[in-house]
Design a protein. Structure first.
Length: 252
């Protein structure tokens, strides 16, 4: 995979893309990261899917290597940036994978730009409506950390430091204000909701509720891993993503 920078409005957006993009008839897959981190932790799954699809892993503005917008962008603004960035890549539509807060972003995207979404896999979607507060979320994050691979924690710490605490706090506050469950019934695309069996952030009850609210939703569990399943269980997750893409790749 290779690095690519694109100008979106006034912002320079960084992405990692499949190194071989010559086969334009391959379906496109866009992977969207969660709060505070960059797209780096999505790469283990992205690499496995790159031989079969045109894989794009952008860093949202303010995170990773992308330029920082001031002030921090809200979810609506990030949604429109994602759509504009797709235009710079020549992507009219794509399949999507999102993790954590990225699922909230993609729920908005799928409602606002339905024709651009062929299918969507939500990994560990936030925020559970029963725990929409800072105390609950920080507690669950603390419970999740020991369950993740040490190498992931190093990546996350580096990305958190690069983003800065104020940006993470502001973006997290936007996430807490966002009621993802209210948008789900309007997403008329095939959606698979996945959680790691040990994930304390996206509970089984919540994942099943998210899937039930989606007109074409279903859910799955990957055993033995926690919230960042795209890093901890790339082979299992890649198989689920590939299955959904192959089922829906001809959807306009």
């Amino acid at each position: 995979m290779e690095h690519r920078w694109s100008r979106v409005g006034k912002l320079l957006i960084h992405a990692v893309v499949s190194a071989t993009m010559a086969t334009e008839d391959k379906p496109a897959l866009v992977m969207v990261h969660g709060l505070g981190v960059s797209g780096r932790y999505l790469k283990p799954t992205g690499r496995l899917l790159a031989p079969y699809y045109r894989v794009y892993i952008p860093d949202l503005p303010g995170f990773g290597r992308s330029e920082k917008a001031t002030p921090a962008l809200n979810l609506e603004e990030l949604t429109r940036i994602l759509a504009d960035w797709m235009d710079t890549q020549g992507l009219e539509k794509a399949h999507f994978y999102a993790n954590s807060l990225g699922c909230q972003l993609m729920a908005r995207f799928a409602v606002e730009f339905p024709d651009r979404v062929q299918s969507l896999v939500m990994g560990g979607p936030t925020v559970d409506r029963r725990n929409r507060n800072w105390i609950g979320q920080l507690l669950r994050l603390a419970l999740d950390a020991p369950l993740e691979p040490p190498a992931l924690l190093i990546i996350a710490l580096q990305d958190y430091l690069a983003a800065g605490p104020l940006r993470i706090f502001k973006t997290g506050a936007y996430g807490l204000e966002d009621a993802i469950e209210e948008r789900l019934p309007a997403i008329n695309r095939p959606v698979l909701v996945v959680r790691g069996e040990m994930d304390p952030i996206a509970s089984q009850v919540w994942v099943q509720e998210v899937a039930a609210r989606l007109p074409k939703g279903r859910w799955s569990v990957i055993p033995g891993v926690a919230h960042a399943l795209n890093y901890s269980a790339p082979a299992q997750l890649a198989g689920l993503i590939q299955e959904l893409i192959e089922e829906t790749k001809d959807i306009c």
